[in-house]
Design a protein around this ligand. Structure first.
Ligand SMILES: Nc1nc2c(ncn2[C@@H]2O[C@H](COP(=O)(O)OP(=O)(O)O)[C@@H](O)[C@H]2O)c(=O)[nH]1
Ligand SMILES: [Mg+2]
Length: 271
């Protein structure tokens, strides 16, 4: 029996040194082990290295690989907001990091678990997760603080909102896409909370993870931006949001000071 068609998005920023083996592994592994249509679309933006050349070269060896390139600094979230517009192409749409933190076989395990759920979230923090190389102490600390803030604000009971491996059903993506507006690394909170609010079923599943050197995250600035963004998502869904409109220029000013990315399409995240 044929499996559902799968579109895998890979956001990539200055990944010329890390992405090639990952693309080759995923393309080869899914070609051999997945019995449904499979496509990878790498979504680049504003890369200052030759990521595009590398992706194009690998794409000549594997017809399943293609790319979208946006010159603007739209961030990981902004790139995924654009990539998720391709949802009509497949039954299942997911994303994964370009550095190979999630091996191809572990990603396929997540896909196979979707069953009656609407979204599968790979988790490094659930019992059963296999961690070959942990994040640095600072990153783990920041990640746990972030988790506490997210849990306090949203009560989603998801232990690992930030793991780069997720997969969703097409109807889910199409329904919530207009509510996506966060371009930075807090994009996942925007996505997950939109799904929860729309009543979709999110299943968190332990996964396999190897932390890779060469992270693109500047911890200090990134944490502040993510904090601002989760507060913003919370406010968007609060009854007071309209009253806060006069604060919009201040919000824009802070994002600018933090050099935070902005999405390409100017959705305000309204439901
Ligand atoms: N398109 C795009 N991708 C990004 C951007 N920033 C990070 N990424 C991608 O997001 C993924 C996770 O980034 P990474 O640096 O591995 O984060 P970490 O492992 O959490 O430190 C990788 O695939 C990055 O290339 C960005 O500004 N634009
Ligand atoms: Mg990484």
């Amino acid at each position: 029996m044929s499996e559902p068609s799968l579109l895998l998005l890979i956001p990539a920023y200055n990944e010329e040194a890390r992405i090639e083996p990952v693309l080759r592994d995923y393309a080869r592994f899914f070609q051999e082990n997945y019995h449904g249509k499979f496509q990878i679309v790498v979504i680049l933006n504003g890369c200052r290295d030759n990521t595009l050349g590398v992706v194009q070269r690998v794409g000549r060896d594997f017809f399943s690989i293609s790319q979208l390139d946006f010159p603007a600094p739209i961030g990981k979230g902004g790139a995924l907001i654009e990539g998720l517009k391709l949802a009509p192409l497949a039954d299942l749409i997911g994303y994964v990091d370009a550095d190979g933190a999630t091996p191809a076989h572990a990603y396929l395990d997540l896909v196979k678990k979707i069953g009656a759920a609407d979204c599968i979230v790979g988790s490094r923090w659930l019992p059963g997760a296999v961690i070959h190389q942990s994040q640095t102490g600072n990153r783990q600390f920041a990640s746990r603080v972030f988790h506490l803030i997210v849990q306090t604000l949203f009560w989603m009971n998801i232990r690992d909102t930030q793991c780069g491996a997720k997969v969703m059903k097409r109807a889910v993506v199409e329904k919530i896409h207009p509510t996506l507006c966060i371009a930075d690394m807090a994009f996942d909170i925007n996505l997950l909370y939109s799904m929860k609010r729309a009543g979709f079923k999110i299943l968190e599943v332990p996964t396999e993870w190897t932390d890779k050197a060469g992270s693109k995250v500047a911890l200090g600035r990134s944490s502040l931006t993510m904090f601002l963004s989760v507060v913003r998502v919370r406010l968007i869904y609060s009854p007071f949001y309209k009253l806060l409109r006069p604060l919009r220029p201040l919000e824009g000013w802070i994002y600018k000071k933090l050099r935070a990315p902005q999405p390409l399409s100017s959705s305000s995240g309204k439901k």
